[in-house]
Design a protein around this ligand. Structure first.
Ligand code: IPM
Ligand code: MG
Length: 369
């Protein structure tokens, strides 16, 4: 028997715990069916960790994350913690996990389920069959660049500074992930920056092109400015296969892409590090939606992005493609059957709660297994 897979679950704040609870039910289902057993540890992150320990990520939690085979993350943040000093805010917990686990490649797939075509604000023909993979650089750029800070000037006014910075290795390693994914998909990559106004964008463009010419001549590479990409995503999103972009543009463009699929509540993500000599990668999986404090604790949230993140974990961390498809199919069938949380509701469908969506997924899993 191979050792059980070590999973660290960090539900976090807001709707994080309630959507994560539905994933825990699916983990129990896998265990009961003897499909897979996970050694699960749960811990605090974000505002919840701050309330308990005075820090958004305790050092013990950081250590557990580094030792785990995979981390499942819910969401962090909320009005309660917004006035804390910058370094203690809930988001710092997530950013520290990304940085110290060196999770440089963030995969955010935007896929439209047929049953949800009517839930999108775009016309059906624009989004039917949509399948985009956004690869966002996650440990560099303006999120981490130095110098940063707010200073008071001699005249009493203040100055806020952040730095956008990228090096060749940082660009090359994330571009490589995008090219490899494109090879398994439709062979097309759009590299997105603002080379027209930023030197870091010019470097990005040159390095991505060099890598393509040297190692991926089979891939069709396009360069696009980030503002144009935002426009093209709503004008004609099906022109894209894989998009590779920096940390900040990736943050914006993935929210935009999420809405093409009908709801921010549908988008999962995987954050991956480099493979070590044994092929093991550090990895964290999280829904792209945030903590949604306005609906937290009301059992209204859509747990599907979190469940689909769990499916990505099965596929990318544990090479369990079949089991991942099982979860994805259960989601598809529940949606086909008209099961909708409030964010997805259309005329003629009935609204279910977060836990009722969980019930529906378990019922579909029973049927499929
Ligand atoms: C995301 C989020 C985070 C980010 C926040 C919560 C720090 O918006 O994962 O997209 O900006 O990266
Ligand atoms: Mg974001």
């Amino acid at each position: 028997m191979p050792a059980n897979k070590k999973l660290l679950i960090l539900p976090g704040d807001g709707i994080g715990p309630e959507v994560m609870h539905q994933v825990e039910r699916v983990i129990e289902w896998f265990d009961k069916r003897r499909i897979a057993t996970f050694d699960v540890t749960e811990d605090l992150v974000g505002g919840a960790a701050y309330d308990a320990h005075g820090t958004p990520l305790h050092n013990d939690t950081m250590r557990r994350a580094l030792e785990a085979d995979a981390v499942l993350f819910g969401a962090v943040g909320g009005p309660k913690w917004e006035s804390l000093p910058f370094g203690l805010r809930p988001e710092r917990g997530l950013l520290r996990l990304r940085k110290e686990m060196d999770l440089f490649a963030n995969l955010r797939p935007a896929m439209v389920f047929d049953a949800l075509i009517g839930a999108s604000t775009l016309r059906p023909e624009v989004i039917r069959g949509l399948d985009i993979m956004i690869v966002r650089e996650l440990t560099g750029g303006v999120y981490f660049g130095e110098p940063r800070g707010i200073e008071t000037l001699p005249d009493g006014t203040r100055r806020g500074v952040n730095t956008q910075v990228y090096t060749t290795p940082e660009i090359v390693r994330v571009a490589r992930v995008a090219f490899e994914l494109a090879r398994k998909r439709h062979g097309k990559v759009h590299s997105v920056e603002k080379a027209n106004v930023m030197e870091s964008g010019e470097l990005w463009r040159e390095e991505v092109q060099k890598l393509r010419d040297a190692e991926y001549p089979d891939i069709e590479l396009h360069h696009m400015y980030a503002d144009n990409c935002a426009m093209q995503l709503v004008r004609n999103p099906k022109q894209f296969d894989v998009i590779v972009t920096d940390n900040l543009f990736g943050d914006l463009l993935s929210d935009c892409a999420a809405m093409l699929t009908g709801s921010l509540g549908m988008l999962p993500s995987a954050s991956l590090g480099a493979a070590d000599s044994s092929g093991r990668r550090r990895a964290l999986y999280e829904p792209v939606h945030g903590s949604a404090p306005d609906i937290a604790g009301q059992n209204k949230a859509n747990p599907l992005a979190c469940l689909l993140s769990f499916a990505m974990m099965l596929r990318y961390s544990f090479d369990m493609g079949q089991e991942a498809s099982l979860v994805e199919n259960a989601v598809k069938r529940a949606l086909d059957a008209g099961v909708r949380t409030a964010d997805l509701v259309q005329g003629g469908t009935k609204t279910v709660s977060c836990s009722e969506m969980g019930d529906a997924i378990l019922k579909e899993l029973d049927r499929l297994a």
